[in-house]
Design a protein around this ligand. Structure first.
Ligand code: DAH
Length: 345
């Protein structure tokens, strides 16, 4: 045993690097274990001549302490950098697939419509699905026992008194609530779920979705309505879309119209989607009847407005050509995943 052995071990200890706990343990065994190099020097120490014992003894003890401290230090560092057992981590490996689901086609269409009208300066309003007769019918100019109520077969929640509760049959009820609560001028769209007592088939369902629109200000005219619908149709169905208006009847608008857009599938030539006509019906609209304005306390001499309403499933059908309404409500994952990345077709 000589000084060089001690110096070499001391230098090796200082330069020692360990990444894992396993490597630290191996180093401890190598230096301080039963058969370790430092342990071996202690064995040899017995044979050192008595006159050198004092000095060597001190140096050897210092080396052992240094080794212990160094091993502790490496152990702490390896602990911090994570567990030592198990295979090394492959950071380039793709993560676990997390089934996120996808947006429902009706939600996609609703969002598109909301985004378009937001651009035009409309706010979004919502109302209750369980409504009273007053907001669904009475305030919208459907007098009691008026035959127009039969246009919308209603689910009643409570019957028999003056203002029964029912499931709203259209989102026009939200325009009444908007007129009651919002400051004029009003520019609002109201998306929501509606209910009608219909037998379920490919073309009818007892639950569906609508978006209602309402604009009330001074001097609003039918020309404003026409322009708003045309701009909407072009944003929704493409810049070359044409619209046409057909006279119609709704108790809450006068005059009333139904709006068709040019068929974006055959571009007016006639196909089985537009039934050979070149046109697709998308919404109902009209100038808000003065009776409706007055019922909600709006001065119909000063203010006028227009309203429109459209079915979201209908728009989704035209967009993706899914022409069985039942698909929208059955939650069949094979159907829903079709729309995973869909924004437009
Ligand atoms: N509420 C009507 C329906 O469910 C749709 C509608 C037509 C809404 C004309 C309107 C409108 O605001 O002006 O059939």
């Amino acid at each position: 045993m000589n000084r060089e052995d001690i110096e070499r071990l001391s230098a090796e200890l200082a330069a020692l690097k360990c990444k894992t706990q396993k490597e630290v343990e191996e180093a401890r065994v190598r230096f301080l274990g039963k058969k370790g190099e430092i342990t071996a020097l202690f064995e040899e120490f017995r044979t050192v001549a008595p006159e050198f014992k004092k000095e060597f003894g001190r140096t050897l003890n210092e080396l052992k302490q240094k080794a212990q401290a160094r091993i502790e230090e490496l152990k702490a560092a390896a602990e911090q950098s994570g567990p030592s057992e198990g295979p090394a981590q492959d950071l380039s490996m793709p993560g676990d697939d997390f089934p996120l689901g996808s947006r429902h086609p009706v939600s996609i269409v609703r969002q598109e419509i909301v985004d378009i009208f937001r651009k035009f300066g409309y706010d979004v309003a919502e109302g209750p699905e369980i409504e009273d007769d007053y907001h669904v019918f009475e305030a919208l100019n459907f007098p009691p026992n008026h035959p127009a109520r039969d246009m919308q077969d209603t689910f009643f929640v409570s019957a028999g008194h003056l203002n029964p509760l029912l499931l709203r049959t259209h989102t026009s009820s939200v325009q009444v609530r908007a007129m009651e609560t919002m400051k004029l001028p009003i520019r609002v769209i109201c998306p929501g779920r509606v209910f009608r007592n219909e037998a379920i088939s490919a073309r009818a369902h007892c639950i569906f979705h609508q978006v209602e629109g309402l604009y009330i200000d001074e001097h609003v005219t039918f020309a404003d309505l026409k322009q708003a619908i045309l701009l909407f149709a072009r944003e929704m169905f493409g810049a070359d879309t044409q619209i046409r208006m057909r006279p119609s009847f709704f108790p809450f608008t006068e005059p009333s119209a139904e709006v068709d857009v040019s068929c974006n599938i055959c571009h007016g030539k006639g196909c089985n989607i537009c039934k050979g006509t070149g046109w697709l019906e998308i919404l109902g609209c009209g100038m808000v009847d003065p009776n409706v304005l007055e019922a909600s306390g709006i001065d119909s001499k000063k203010y006028s407005g227009f309203a429109f309403g459209m079915g979201l499933e209908r728009i989704a059908m035209l967009k993706w050509r899914v022409n069985d309404l039942r698909h929208y409500f059955e939650n069949d994952l094979r159907f829903l995943h079709e729309f995973e990345t869909a924004t437009e077709v």
